[in-house]
Design a protein around this ligand. Structure first.
Ligand code: R5P
Length: 302
């Protein structure tokens, strides 16, 4: 059974419609609203029964609302016996992937298991914070995580020579991301040691590994939220005369995060449109051709 419909939920950053257009299949929108007391209502605007469906949703902003919309859509699609794959362009609650302090929930497990309970057939994420933990939570349900290193590499190699570049992972968790990007760029990478205070959330780095970085540092991360993780590293690099560019899949850029990064010496920020709002000063790389290729390779389109 090949993919016959794409359902774009309210958080979809326009990716569902573009995928559908490219594939020549139907894109179905939903109607959603909030009741006066704040509860979410959702209705899929066409009947879909016993079909192969791809649901597209991003979970920011607002994380809780976007999660509820997804669970509601899964309930109705499952009840009508559809085979449902879900593409989550930005997976929220992914950073609480273990119990750091006694009594904390593993938020990631909680949301993935809620989706699984509504009967999804496959889950696809773009640059999830910790894909191994998603895998652990989702168990036997089909799951894969797409790392967009190759599309960022193509853009960077249009501007820089590989010999000028060193990829910087801002913490140990970004090592796989950095390895992939460095291999696509044909340059080296270093990993900065980061420690986050479990109670205050305050971040501190050990910078020794940055001493071997060449002329242009490419800091690669999954998320830029407050910019705190990257700003500290960028300031250090600026003081040693290194140009810094940042590559991050999910540019949430909360509050004054953008200004904070520029003030710290970041000269360019590259991202992909995984959330519905974009920032004029960020360079967004088109992710749709990459998604078509990867979803095809994984058999989601056939
Ligand atoms: C955490 O480990 C993530 O990979 C990101 O490094 C983090 O979420 C970035 O957050 P912020 O921009 O607030 O430092």
């Amino acid at each position: 059974m090949c993919l016959v419909r794409i359902v774009g939920l309210p958080g979809d950053p326009g990716i569902g419609a573009r995928l559908a257009k490219y594939l020549g299949i139907e894109h179905i929108s939903v109607f959603s609203k909030k009741f006066p007391d704040g509860e979410i209502y959702l209705r899929i605007l066409e009947e879909i029964e016993n079909e192969n469906v791809l649901v597209v949703q991003s979970m920011y902003p607002v994380q809780g609302d976007r999660l509820v919309e997804l669970l509601l859509a899964l309930e109705v699609l499952n009840r009508y016996r559809n085979k449902v794959s879900v593409l989550i362009t930005y997976l929220a609650y992914a950073r609480q992937d273990r119990e750091f302090l006694k009594g904390e929930p593993i938020s990631l497990f909680s949301i993935i298991r809620a989706m699984k309970a509504q009967g999804l057939n496959s889950l696809i994420t773009i640059d999830a914070h910790n894909p191994l933990a998603v895998k652990e939570a989702i168990g036997s349900t089909r799951y894969f995580n797409l790392l967009p290193g190759e599309i960022f590499a193509e853009v960077l190699l249009g501007k820089y020579k590989a010999t000028e570049l060193t990829v910087v992972a801002p913490d140990q968790g970004a090592t796989e991301r950095a390895t992939l990007l460095a291999s696509k760029l044909g340059c080296g990478y270093v990993v900065v040691k980061k420690v986050r205070d479990k109670v205050t959330g305050q971040v501190s780095h050990t910078f020794d590994s940055l001493d071997t970085v060449s002329d242009v540092a490419v800091i690669v991360d999954d998320i830029i939220s407050t910019g705190g993780t990257i700003a500290g590293i960028a300031s250090y690099l600026r003081n040693r005369g290194t140009k810094t560019v940042v590559v991050a899949s999910h540019a949430l850029l909360v509050g004054d995060a953008y200004e904070r990064l520029i003030k710290a010496g970041v000269e360019e920020i590259y991202s992909i449109p995984t959330i519905p709002h974009t920032f004029s000063s960020v360079v967004y790389v088109d992710v749709v051709p990459f998604l078509i290729r990867k979803l095809g390779e994984e058999g989601i389109l056939t």
